[in-house]
Design a protein around this ligand. Structure first.
Ligand code: FAD
Length: 397
C-alpha cells in the first residue's frame, strides 16, 4: 500500500490521545528497545491550540466519589499518578508544573439521594478511600459560610479529591510521548479506511493516507463523527456545558472544596480570589455550540447566594462553554475494540469526568493494543454493551 505506515494511529491529541501515546511508547521503552526501533505511533490532532478540546475547557476536578467500583479505582490510580506526574514527565531536565491541589470535594444530599449515596460511600470506604460522612452540624462547623442547609441530610467529604492544571498535564504527556518517539501531526482525519471488517488506516483533510492495523478514536466530543465514516453509529452526543469564573467581594479565608448541591449546582474556589460555578442541565443543547449565556450565570449566582449569602456581591470575570462527550446509553465511558471492526479502538464518552480518567485509560488502551496484562481491569466499559444495549450504572455523574 502506498502512503505512510504506522503501528498505531491515534485520532485526537487531547488527554486521552496523548496519554495513550505516552503509555504505548513507555511500555516499548520498558522492554529495553530504543524508541527508534520501537513502536511507530502517530497522534493526529487537527488543532494544536486545543481551543475547543474539552481537556482545555474543563473544571479539572479529580474525585474518588463515584458509585461504580471501577470508576473509583480509576480515580485512585489517577491520584497516585498525579502525585508523581511532574517527575515522571520530566524531559531533558524540564518538568511540567501541574499545581495539584487536594482541597476536597463535598457532595451534599437530600433525603431522596441518601440511600444511593450511603451505598456508594460504603463501597468507597471498603476500597480504602479517604472519604467521610458528615451530618449538617459537621458541615456547618467546617464551612460556617454554608448557612442554608435546608433539606440537606448530610454530605460526603473526599479529603484527597482536588484539582490540577489540565493544560500542563496534557503538555506533560505530549512532551514525554514525543521524547520517546511518538509523532504528533497537525491534520484532520476525514475518513476511516476499512476492508472486510478490519481497519486499514485513515484519510486526512490535507489529502494524506496513513495506514495502520490499529486506529484509536480519541476524538472526544467529535468521536461519533469520526466513527460514522466507517458506518459505526457511536452513541456520543456533544453536549454544551457552561462554567463561570466570578470574583466575590467576600474572600473565604481558606479554599472551599468543590461543593456539589443536590440540584447539581457546584462551585469551588480558584486561585486569584475567584470562584468557579457550573451546573449540568437537561436543556443543555446537543451540538457543537460554544456560546455561553448571561442568564445561566444569573441563575447559578442565585443558587449560590441562597446557599451561602456571603456571596451576595460578586463580579463576573468570564464565562465559557465546552463539550461533554455524553454517552446516552449510560453516561459511562466506552473503552476497547469495536466488535465489528478489528483494530478499531475507542476511548470515548467521558462526559464530565474524563480528565481524571486520562491516566488509567491511556494505560489500559496501551495494554489492550499491546496485549499485555492489565493493571486495572476496565472491561466493564467495553463497547459490546453498546451493541447489546446493556447499560452500566453510575449515580455520581
Ligand atoms: C465544562 C467542562 C467541565 C469538565 N470538568 C471536568 C472535571 O472537573 N473533571 C474531569 O475529570 N473532567 C471534566 N470534564 C471532562 C473532560 O474535560 C473530558 O472528559 C476530557 O477532557 C476528554 O478528553 P478527550 O481527549 O477525550 O477529548 P478532547 O480533550 O476534546 O480531545 C479530543 C481532540 O480530538 C481532536 N479531534 C476531533 N476530531 C478530530 C479529527 N477528525 N481529526 C483530528 N483531530 C480531531 C480535537 O481537536 C480535540 O483536541 C469537563 C468537561 C467540560 C467541557
Amino acid at each position: 500500500m502506498t502512503g505512510t505506515n504506522y503501528d498505531v494511529i491515534i485520532i485526537g491529541g487531547g488527554i486521552m490521545g496523548s496519554s495513550t501515546a505516552y503509555h504505548l511508547m513507555k511500555s516499548e521503552q520498558s522492554k529495553g528497545k530504543s524508541p527508534a526501533n520501537g513502536m511507530n505511533v502517530v497522534v493526529i490532532e487537527r488543532d494544536f491550540s486545543y481551543e475547543k478540546a474539552s481537556t482545555a475547557l474543563s473544571m479539572v476536578n479529580a474525585r474518588i466519589q463515584f458509585s461504580l467500583k471501577e470508576n473509583v479505582q480509576i480515580s485512585q490510580y489517577a491520584f497516585k499518578v498525579l502525585e508523581n506526574f511532574e517527575q515522571e514527565m520530566e524531559v531533558d531536565g524540564v518538568k511540567p508544573a501541574i499545581f495539584y491541589r487536594r482541597e476536597g470535594n463535598l457532595f451534599l444530599y437530600d433525603e431522596k439521594a441518601e440511600p444511593a449515596a450511603r451505598k456508594a460511600f460504603n463501597m468507597q470506604q471498603e476500597l480504602g478511600c479517604a472519604v467521610e460522612w458528615w451530618n449538617p452540624e459537621q458541615i456547618k462547623k467546617k464551612y460556617p459560610i454554608y448557612t442554608n442547609l435546608d433539606g440537606i441530610i448530610g454530605g460526603t467529604f473526599g479529603s484527597e479529591d482536588g484539582h490540577f492544571d489540565a493544560y500542563s498535564v496534557l503538555m506533560g504527556y505530549k512532551a514525554k510521548a514525543k521524547s520517546l518517539g511518538a509523532e504528533f501531526l497537525q491534520d484532520e482525519v476525514v475518513e476511516l479506511i476499512t476492508d472486510k471488517g478490519t481497519i486499514q488506516g485513515v484519510k486526512t483533510a490535507s489529502g494524506q493516507t496513513l495506514y495502520s492495523p490499529c486506529v484509536v478514536n480519541c476524538a472526544g466530543a467529535w468521536a461519533a463523527k469520526v466513527a460514522e465514516t466507517a458506518g459505526v453509529k457511536l452513541p456520543i452526543d456533544p453536549t454544551r456545558r457552561q462554567v463561570f469564573a466570578v470574583e466575590p467581594e467576600f474572600k473565604p479565608p481558606y479554599p472551599l472544596p468543590l461543593t456539589i448541591l443536590p440540584s447539581g449546582f457546584y462551585f469551588r474556589t480558584e486561585t486569584g480570589g475567584l470562584l468557579l460555578l457550573g451546573k449540568s442541565m437537561a436543556e443543555d443543547p446537543i451540538g457543537f455550540d460554544f456560546s455561553w449565556e448571561q442568564e445561566r450565570f444569573e441563575l447559578l449566582w442565585g443558587e449560590l447566594y441562597e446557599f451561602a449569602p456571603v456571596f451576595e456581591s460578586l463580579k463576573l470575570v468570564k464565562g465559557w462553554s465546552g463539550l461533554y462527550a455524553m454517552n446516552p446509553l449510560d453516561s459511562n465511558a466506552i473503552i476497547g475494540e469495536w466488535p465489528e471492526i478489528k483494530g478499531f479502538y475507542l476511548a470515548n464518552g467521558f462526559s464530565g469526568h474524563g480528565l481524571q480518567q486520562g491516566p488509567a485509560v491511556g494505560r489500559y488502551m496501551a495494554e489492550l493494543i499491546r496485549k499485555t496484562e492489565h493493571v486495572l481491569d476496565l472491561s466493564i466499559f467495553s463497547p459490546e454493551r453498546v451493541l447489546f444495549n446493556k447499560p452500566i450504572f453510575e449515580i455520581c455523574i
